[in-house]
Design a protein around this ligand. Structure first.
Ligand SMILES: Cc1cc2nc3c(=O)[nH]c(=O)nc-3n(C[C@H](O)[C@H](O)[C@H](O)COP(=O)(O)O)c2cc1C
Length: 383
Protein backbone atom coordinates (compact mmCIF):
# COMPACT_ATOMS: atom_id res chain seq x y z
CA UNK A 1 0.00 0.00 0.00
CA UNK A 2 2.83 2.34 0.88
CA UNK A 3 4.44 1.47 -2.43
CA UNK A 4 1.21 2.32 -4.28
CA UNK A 5 0.90 5.68 -2.50
CA UNK A 6 4.50 6.43 -3.35
CA UNK A 7 3.89 5.58 -7.00
CA UNK A 8 0.78 7.76 -7.12
CA UNK A 9 2.77 10.60 -5.59
CA UNK A 10 5.56 10.04 -8.11
CA UNK A 11 3.21 10.13 -11.09
CA UNK A 12 1.38 13.16 -9.71
CA UNK A 13 4.73 14.91 -9.35
CA UNK A 14 5.56 14.01 -12.96
CA UNK A 15 2.15 15.26 -13.97
CA UNK A 16 2.89 18.70 -12.59
CA UNK A 17 6.49 18.70 -13.65
CA UNK A 18 5.62 17.74 -17.18
CA UNK A 19 2.70 20.12 -17.54
CA UNK A 20 2.57 19.08 -21.12
CA UNK A 21 -0.40 18.07 -23.08
CA UNK A 22 -0.21 16.61 -26.53
CA UNK A 23 -2.95 16.80 -29.08
CA UNK A 24 -4.28 13.37 -29.71
CA UNK A 25 -5.15 11.38 -32.69
CA UNK A 26 -8.74 10.34 -32.79
CA UNK A 27 -12.22 11.21 -31.67
CA UNK A 28 -14.24 9.20 -29.18
CA UNK A 29 -13.19 6.19 -27.09
CA UNK A 30 -9.55 6.72 -27.89
CA UNK A 31 -6.88 4.92 -25.92
CA UNK A 32 -5.26 7.47 -23.61
CA UNK A 33 -7.97 10.12 -23.81
CA UNK A 34 -9.60 8.98 -20.58
CA UNK A 35 -11.44 12.20 -19.82
CA UNK A 36 -12.64 12.49 -23.42
CA UNK A 37 -11.42 16.06 -23.86
CA UNK A 38 -9.78 15.32 -27.22
CA UNK A 39 -6.21 15.25 -25.95
CA UNK A 40 -3.99 12.90 -24.05
CA UNK A 41 -2.44 14.63 -21.10
CA UNK A 42 -0.85 13.90 -17.78
CA UNK A 43 -4.31 14.24 -16.24
CA UNK A 44 -5.39 11.16 -18.22
CA UNK A 45 -2.38 9.24 -16.92
CA UNK A 46 -3.43 10.15 -13.39
CA UNK A 47 -6.93 8.80 -14.04
CA UNK A 48 -5.49 5.53 -15.34
CA UNK A 49 -3.31 5.21 -12.28
CA UNK A 50 -6.26 5.88 -9.99
CA UNK A 51 -8.28 3.26 -11.86
CA UNK A 52 -5.47 0.76 -11.54
CA UNK A 53 -5.70 1.00 -7.75
CA UNK A 54 -9.50 1.06 -7.71
CA UNK A 55 -9.99 4.78 -7.13
CA UNK A 56 -11.77 5.31 -10.47
CA UNK A 57 -13.89 3.14 -12.71
CA UNK A 58 -11.59 1.33 -15.07
CA UNK A 59 -12.45 1.65 -18.75
CA UNK A 60 -10.30 -0.70 -20.81
CA UNK A 61 -11.31 1.03 -24.05
CA UNK A 62 -9.49 4.22 -23.09
CA UNK A 63 -7.10 3.04 -20.38
CA UNK A 64 -5.59 -0.22 -21.60
CA UNK A 65 -2.54 1.42 -23.15
CA UNK A 66 -0.60 -1.81 -23.59
CA UNK A 67 -3.65 -3.73 -24.87
CA UNK A 68 -3.12 -6.62 -22.47
CA UNK A 69 -6.73 -6.66 -21.25
CA UNK A 70 -5.91 -5.07 -17.88
CA UNK A 71 -5.78 -1.57 -16.51
CA UNK A 72 -2.60 -1.34 -14.49
CA UNK A 73 0.11 1.07 -13.40
CA UNK A 74 1.99 0.09 -16.58
CA UNK A 75 -0.85 1.62 -18.61
CA UNK A 76 -0.62 4.83 -16.56
CA UNK A 77 3.08 5.01 -17.34
CA UNK A 78 2.48 4.53 -21.09
CA UNK A 79 -0.23 7.19 -21.16
CA UNK A 80 2.09 9.60 -19.38
CA UNK A 81 4.92 8.79 -21.80
CA UNK A 82 2.55 9.40 -24.72
CA UNK A 83 1.38 12.68 -23.19
CA UNK A 84 4.92 14.01 -23.02
CA UNK A 85 5.85 12.70 -26.46
CA UNK A 86 7.94 9.69 -25.45
CA UNK A 87 5.58 7.20 -27.10
CA UNK A 88 4.47 7.82 -30.68
CA UNK A 89 1.27 5.85 -30.57
CA UNK A 90 -1.17 4.14 -28.22
CA UNK A 91 -1.82 1.34 -27.59
CA UNK A 92 1.82 0.27 -27.34
CA UNK A 93 1.84 -3.33 -28.44
CA UNK A 94 4.34 -5.98 -29.35
CA UNK A 95 3.80 -5.09 -32.99
CA UNK A 96 0.75 -7.25 -33.51
CA UNK A 97 -2.13 -5.35 -35.13
CA UNK A 98 -4.91 -4.72 -32.61
CA UNK A 99 -7.69 -3.71 -34.99
CA UNK A 100 -9.94 -6.37 -36.37
CA UNK A 101 -9.97 -5.25 -39.96
CA UNK A 102 -6.44 -5.43 -41.38
CA UNK A 103 -6.77 -1.68 -41.97
CA UNK A 104 -4.44 0.94 -40.56
CA UNK A 105 -5.58 4.55 -40.62
CA UNK A 106 -2.55 6.81 -41.03
CA UNK A 107 -2.90 10.54 -40.96
CA UNK A 108 -1.10 13.84 -40.68
CA UNK A 109 -2.98 16.80 -39.27
CA UNK A 110 -1.25 20.01 -38.35
CA UNK A 111 -4.27 22.10 -37.38
CA UNK A 112 -6.62 19.33 -36.32
CA UNK A 113 -9.14 19.20 -39.19
CA UNK A 114 -8.05 15.87 -40.66
CA UNK A 115 -7.70 14.22 -37.24
CA UNK A 116 -11.39 13.68 -36.45
CA UNK A 117 -12.00 12.23 -39.92
CA UNK A 118 -9.21 9.74 -39.31
CA UNK A 119 -10.77 8.92 -35.97
CA UNK A 120 -14.19 8.37 -37.52
CA UNK A 121 -12.67 6.04 -40.08
CA UNK A 122 -10.72 4.06 -37.48
CA UNK A 123 -13.80 3.66 -35.35
CA UNK A 124 -16.04 2.69 -38.25
CA UNK A 125 -13.56 0.09 -39.44
CA UNK A 126 -12.37 -1.00 -35.99
CA UNK A 127 -8.97 -0.20 -37.36
CA UNK A 128 -5.72 0.80 -35.74
CA UNK A 129 -4.60 4.38 -36.13
CA UNK A 130 -1.22 6.04 -36.52
CA UNK A 131 -0.55 9.76 -36.48
CA UNK A 132 2.37 11.03 -38.54
CA UNK A 133 4.13 13.70 -36.56
CA UNK A 134 7.00 15.81 -37.79
CA UNK A 135 10.33 15.40 -36.03
CA UNK A 136 10.63 19.16 -36.19
CA UNK A 137 7.07 20.22 -35.37
CA UNK A 138 5.42 22.78 -37.62
CA UNK A 139 5.00 26.02 -35.71
CA UNK A 140 2.24 28.47 -36.56
CA UNK A 141 4.86 30.52 -38.43
CA UNK A 142 5.85 27.42 -40.39
CA UNK A 143 2.37 27.04 -41.86
CA UNK A 144 1.47 30.68 -42.53
CA UNK A 145 1.10 30.01 -46.20
CA UNK A 146 2.01 32.42 -48.98
CA UNK A 147 4.62 34.00 -46.68
CA UNK A 148 7.52 31.84 -47.89
CA UNK A 149 7.04 29.88 -44.69
CA UNK A 150 8.56 26.46 -44.12
CA UNK A 151 5.49 24.68 -45.55
CA UNK A 152 5.54 26.92 -48.66
CA UNK A 153 9.19 26.13 -49.25
CA UNK A 154 8.79 22.40 -48.69
CA UNK A 155 5.82 22.20 -51.03
CA UNK A 156 7.86 24.00 -53.70
CA UNK A 157 10.87 21.73 -53.24
CA UNK A 158 10.54 18.37 -55.03
CA UNK A 159 13.31 16.95 -52.83
CA UNK A 160 11.86 18.01 -49.48
CA UNK A 161 11.20 15.04 -47.18
CA UNK A 162 10.53 16.30 -43.63
CA UNK A 163 11.53 13.74 -41.04
CA UNK A 164 8.91 11.84 -39.11
CA UNK A 165 9.11 11.75 -35.30
CA UNK A 166 9.43 8.47 -33.49
CA UNK A 167 9.23 4.92 -34.77
CA UNK A 168 7.19 4.14 -37.84
CA UNK A 169 4.38 1.59 -37.59
CA UNK A 170 4.94 -2.03 -38.59
CA UNK A 171 2.71 -2.40 -41.64
CA UNK A 172 3.23 -6.13 -42.06
CA UNK A 173 -0.09 -7.04 -40.44
CA UNK A 174 -2.18 -4.66 -42.55
CA UNK A 175 -3.43 -5.09 -46.07
CA UNK A 176 -5.02 -1.66 -46.38
CA UNK A 177 -3.75 1.76 -45.37
CA UNK A 178 -6.14 4.69 -45.27
CA UNK A 179 -4.01 7.80 -45.66
CA UNK A 180 -5.36 11.15 -44.49
CA UNK A 181 -3.71 14.53 -45.02
CA UNK A 182 -4.48 18.24 -45.42
CA UNK A 183 -4.11 19.84 -48.84
CA UNK A 184 -1.08 22.09 -48.87
CA UNK A 185 -0.87 24.11 -52.07
CA UNK A 186 -3.00 21.65 -53.93
CA UNK A 187 -0.91 18.65 -52.88
CA UNK A 188 -0.26 16.32 -49.96
CA UNK A 189 2.26 17.70 -47.46
CA UNK A 190 5.75 16.48 -48.18
CA UNK A 191 5.81 14.51 -44.92
CA UNK A 192 3.29 12.16 -46.57
CA UNK A 193 5.92 11.56 -49.25
CA UNK A 194 8.42 10.76 -46.48
CA UNK A 195 5.97 8.27 -45.03
CA UNK A 196 5.28 6.49 -48.31
CA UNK A 197 8.95 6.25 -49.20
CA UNK A 198 9.69 4.61 -45.85
CA UNK A 199 7.98 1.34 -46.78
CA UNK A 200 7.75 -1.30 -49.42
CA UNK A 201 4.03 -1.04 -50.04
CA UNK A 202 3.82 -3.61 -52.81
CA UNK A 203 0.43 -5.31 -52.74
CA UNK A 204 -1.02 -3.06 -50.04
CA UNK A 205 -4.21 -1.19 -50.82
CA UNK A 206 -3.80 2.53 -50.28
CA UNK A 207 -6.81 4.78 -49.87
CA UNK A 208 -6.09 8.51 -49.69
CA UNK A 209 -8.38 11.15 -48.23
CA UNK A 210 -7.82 14.79 -47.46
CA UNK A 211 -9.30 17.90 -45.95
CA UNK A 212 -8.89 21.36 -47.41
CA UNK A 213 -10.27 24.86 -47.15
CA UNK A 214 -11.74 24.63 -50.65
CA UNK A 215 -9.46 22.75 -53.04
CA UNK A 216 -10.52 19.37 -54.38
CA UNK A 217 -8.44 16.21 -54.00
CA UNK A 218 -7.11 17.25 -57.42
CA UNK A 219 -3.80 15.74 -58.40
CA UNK A 220 -2.70 15.35 -54.78
CA UNK A 221 -3.45 11.62 -54.67
CA UNK A 222 -2.26 10.83 -58.20
CA UNK A 223 1.06 12.46 -57.41
CA UNK A 224 1.52 10.04 -54.52
CA UNK A 225 1.23 6.94 -56.71
CA UNK A 226 4.85 6.97 -57.94
CA UNK A 227 5.99 6.82 -54.30
CA UNK A 228 4.31 3.43 -53.89
CA UNK A 229 4.05 2.21 -57.47
CA UNK A 230 3.34 -1.43 -56.61
CA UNK A 231 0.51 -0.60 -54.23
CA UNK A 232 -3.12 -0.84 -55.24
CA UNK A 233 -4.35 2.73 -55.13
CA UNK A 234 -8.05 3.37 -54.61
CA UNK A 235 -9.65 6.61 -55.63
CA UNK A 236 -9.50 9.09 -52.78
CA UNK A 237 -11.87 11.70 -51.47
CA UNK A 238 -11.69 15.26 -50.23
CA UNK A 239 -13.70 16.22 -47.17
CA UNK A 240 -14.66 19.71 -46.12
CA UNK A 241 -13.45 20.94 -42.75
CA UNK A 242 -15.89 19.83 -40.06
CA UNK A 243 -17.36 16.96 -42.07
CA UNK A 244 -19.63 14.78 -39.94
CA UNK A 245 -18.93 11.17 -39.05
CA UNK A 246 -21.80 9.93 -41.27
CA UNK A 247 -20.20 11.24 -44.43
CA UNK A 248 -16.94 9.45 -43.71
CA UNK A 249 -18.83 6.24 -42.92
CA UNK A 250 -20.87 6.56 -46.11
CA UNK A 251 -17.71 6.89 -48.19
CA UNK A 252 -16.12 3.89 -46.48
CA UNK A 253 -19.24 1.91 -47.33
CA UNK A 254 -19.22 3.13 -50.94
CA UNK A 255 -15.64 2.03 -51.48
CA UNK A 256 -16.33 -1.35 -49.92
CA UNK A 257 -14.25 -0.96 -46.77
CA UNK A 258 -17.14 -0.71 -44.34
CA UNK A 259 -19.81 -3.31 -44.55
CA UNK A 260 -23.15 -2.05 -43.37
CA UNK A 261 -24.10 -3.93 -40.30
CA UNK A 262 -27.41 -5.65 -40.52
CA UNK A 263 -28.53 -4.09 -37.26
CA UNK A 264 -31.46 -5.96 -35.85
CA UNK A 265 -34.38 -3.59 -35.71
CA UNK A 266 -35.35 -2.59 -32.20
CA UNK A 267 -32.18 -4.16 -30.84
CA UNK A 268 -31.66 -3.55 -27.16
CA UNK A 269 -28.32 -1.89 -26.53
CA UNK A 270 -26.42 -1.21 -23.34
CA UNK A 271 -23.55 1.01 -22.29
CA UNK A 272 -21.55 0.94 -19.08
CA UNK A 273 -19.90 4.24 -18.24
CA UNK A 274 -20.38 5.18 -21.89
CA UNK A 275 -18.80 2.00 -23.24
CA UNK A 276 -21.09 0.13 -25.64
CA UNK A 277 -21.25 -3.60 -24.95
CA UNK A 278 -22.11 -6.47 -27.22
CA UNK A 279 -24.74 -8.53 -25.40
CA UNK A 280 -26.52 -11.74 -26.30
CA UNK A 281 -29.97 -11.04 -24.87
CA UNK A 282 -32.34 -13.67 -23.50
CA UNK A 283 -35.60 -14.21 -25.32
CA UNK A 284 -37.95 -13.70 -22.38
CA UNK A 285 -40.65 -11.38 -21.07
CA UNK A 286 -38.24 -9.39 -18.91
CA UNK A 287 -36.02 -8.47 -21.89
CA UNK A 288 -39.09 -7.62 -24.01
CA UNK A 289 -40.36 -5.32 -21.26
CA UNK A 290 -36.92 -3.72 -20.91
CA UNK A 291 -36.82 -3.14 -24.69
CA UNK A 292 -40.22 -1.48 -24.55
CA UNK A 293 -39.03 0.78 -21.74
CA UNK A 294 -35.84 1.70 -23.60
CA UNK A 295 -37.76 2.35 -26.82
CA UNK A 296 -39.36 5.30 -25.05
CA UNK A 297 -35.96 6.81 -24.26
CA UNK A 298 -32.68 5.80 -22.65
CA UNK A 299 -33.08 4.04 -19.31
CA UNK A 300 -30.23 4.81 -16.92
CA UNK A 301 -29.43 2.72 -13.88
CA UNK A 302 -26.88 3.92 -11.33
CA UNK A 303 -25.22 0.84 -9.92
CA UNK A 304 -22.96 0.26 -6.95
CA UNK A 305 -20.38 -2.44 -6.33
CA UNK A 306 -21.55 -5.33 -4.22
CA UNK A 307 -19.76 -8.38 -2.87
CA UNK A 308 -16.65 -7.97 -5.00
CA UNK A 309 -18.37 -9.72 -7.89
CA UNK A 310 -21.15 -7.49 -9.24
CA UNK A 311 -22.59 -4.05 -9.96
CA UNK A 312 -26.21 -3.73 -8.87
CA UNK A 313 -28.70 -0.88 -9.09
CA UNK A 314 -32.43 -0.11 -9.17
CA UNK A 315 -34.26 0.00 -12.49
CA UNK A 316 -36.98 2.14 -10.96
CA UNK A 317 -39.71 -0.19 -12.14
CA UNK A 318 -40.44 -3.93 -12.15
CA UNK A 319 -40.03 -6.34 -15.05
CA UNK A 320 -41.76 -9.72 -15.43
CA UNK A 321 -39.83 -12.28 -13.37
CA UNK A 322 -38.93 -15.83 -14.27
CA UNK A 323 -36.54 -16.37 -11.38
CA UNK A 324 -34.57 -19.57 -11.08
CA UNK A 325 -31.55 -20.43 -8.97
CA UNK A 326 -28.55 -19.41 -11.05
CA UNK A 327 -24.81 -19.58 -10.54
CA UNK A 328 -23.73 -16.58 -12.52
CA UNK A 329 -20.54 -16.19 -14.53
CA UNK A 330 -18.58 -13.05 -15.45
CA UNK A 331 -20.51 -11.13 -18.09
CA UNK A 332 -23.96 -12.26 -16.98
CA UNK A 333 -26.66 -9.60 -16.75
CA UNK A 334 -29.61 -10.56 -14.56
CA UNK A 335 -32.68 -9.16 -12.90
CA UNK A 336 -32.77 -9.40 -9.12
CA UNK A 337 -36.00 -9.11 -7.14
CA UNK A 338 -37.79 -8.02 -10.31
CA UNK A 339 -36.48 -4.47 -10.21
CA UNK A 340 -32.68 -4.49 -9.78
CA UNK A 341 -30.20 -4.77 -12.67
CA UNK A 342 -27.10 -6.81 -11.86
CA UNK A 343 -23.96 -7.08 -14.00
CA UNK A 344 -21.40 -9.68 -12.98
CA UNK A 345 -17.65 -9.61 -13.25
CA UNK A 346 -17.47 -12.50 -10.79
CA UNK A 347 -19.94 -15.16 -9.74
CA UNK A 348 -22.78 -15.63 -7.27
CA UNK A 349 -25.51 -18.18 -6.73
CA UNK A 350 -29.00 -16.75 -6.18
CA UNK A 351 -32.46 -16.65 -7.64
CA UNK A 352 -32.45 -14.38 -10.70
CA UNK A 353 -34.12 -13.80 -14.04
CA UNK A 354 -31.49 -13.97 -16.74
CA UNK A 355 -31.37 -10.96 -19.07
CA UNK A 356 -28.28 -11.52 -21.19
CA UNK A 357 -24.57 -12.12 -21.40
CA UNK A 358 -21.83 -9.65 -22.35
CA UNK A 359 -19.84 -10.96 -25.32
CA UNK A 360 -16.19 -10.59 -26.21
CA UNK A 361 -14.78 -9.38 -22.87
CA UNK A 362 -12.69 -11.66 -20.71
CA UNK A 363 -12.77 -11.60 -16.92
CA UNK A 364 -9.95 -9.08 -16.67
CA UNK A 365 -11.71 -6.69 -19.04
CA UNK A 366 -15.01 -7.19 -17.22
CA UNK A 367 -13.33 -6.51 -13.87
CA UNK A 368 -11.76 -3.40 -15.31
CA UNK A 369 -15.14 -2.24 -16.60
CA UNK A 370 -17.33 -3.24 -13.67
CA UNK A 371 -14.95 -3.45 -10.73
CA UNK A 372 -15.18 0.20 -9.66
CA UNK A 373 -17.24 1.43 -6.73
CA UNK A 374 -20.13 2.51 -8.99
CA UNK A 375 -21.17 2.55 -12.62
CA UNK A 376 -23.71 4.14 -14.94
CA UNK A 377 -25.59 1.57 -16.97
CA UNK A 378 -27.79 2.80 -19.81
CA UNK A 379 -30.21 0.83 -21.97
CA UNK A 380 -31.18 2.08 -25.43
CA UNK A 381 -33.47 0.75 -28.08
CA UNK A 382 -33.27 2.41 -31.48
CA UNK A 383 -36.38 2.19 -33.55
C1 LIG B 1 0.76 25.41 -46.02
C2 LIG B 1 -0.72 25.28 -46.28
C3 LIG B 1 -1.20 25.28 -47.58
C4 LIG B 1 -2.57 25.13 -47.81
N1 LIG B 1 -3.01 25.08 -49.09
C5 LIG B 1 -4.32 24.90 -49.32
C6 LIG B 1 -4.79 24.78 -50.66
O1 LIG B 1 -4.05 24.78 -51.62
N2 LIG B 1 -6.13 24.63 -50.84
C7 LIG B 1 -7.01 24.59 -49.80
O2 LIG B 1 -8.20 24.47 -50.04
N3 LIG B 1 -6.56 24.68 -48.53
C8 LIG B 1 -5.25 24.82 -48.27
N4 LIG B 1 -4.80 24.88 -46.98
C9 LIG B 1 -5.77 24.70 -45.88
C10 LIG B 1 -5.76 23.26 -45.39
O3 LIG B 1 -5.82 22.34 -46.44
C11 LIG B 1 -6.96 22.98 -44.49
O4 LIG B 1 -7.05 23.93 -43.47
C12 LIG B 1 -6.88 21.58 -43.90
O5 LIG B 1 -8.15 21.17 -43.48
C13 LIG B 1 -5.91 21.50 -42.73
O6 LIG B 1 -5.91 20.18 -42.22
P1 LIG B 1 -5.30 19.85 -40.78
O7 LIG B 1 -6.01 20.73 -39.80
O8 LIG B 1 -5.63 18.42 -40.56
O9 LIG B 1 -3.84 20.13 -40.80
C14 LIG B 1 -3.46 25.03 -46.73
C15 LIG B 1 -2.97 25.05 -45.42
C16 LIG B 1 -1.61 25.18 -45.21
C17 LIG B 1 -1.11 25.19 -43.78
Amino acid sequence: MKKKSFFIALVCALVFAAGICRAFSAAAAVVGDVDGDGSVSAADARLVLRASVGLENANPLTMDADADGNVSAADARLVLRFAVGLEPVLPVTDGEPQGESGVLVVYFSRTGHTRPLAGYAAEALQADIYEIQAKIPYTDEDIRYYTDCRADREQNDPAARPEIAGPLPDLSGYDTVLLGYPIWHGQAPKIIYTFLESFDLAGKTLVPFCTSASSPLGSSALNLHPLAPAAVWKEGKRFAIGTARDEMEQWLTEIGLKHTEQKEENALQITVNGTALNVAWEDNAAVSALKTLAANGPVTVQTAAYGGFEQVGPLGTSLPRSDVSVTTAPGDIVLYAGNQIVLFYGSNTWSYTRLGKIQGLDQAALSALLGGSAATVTFFCEN
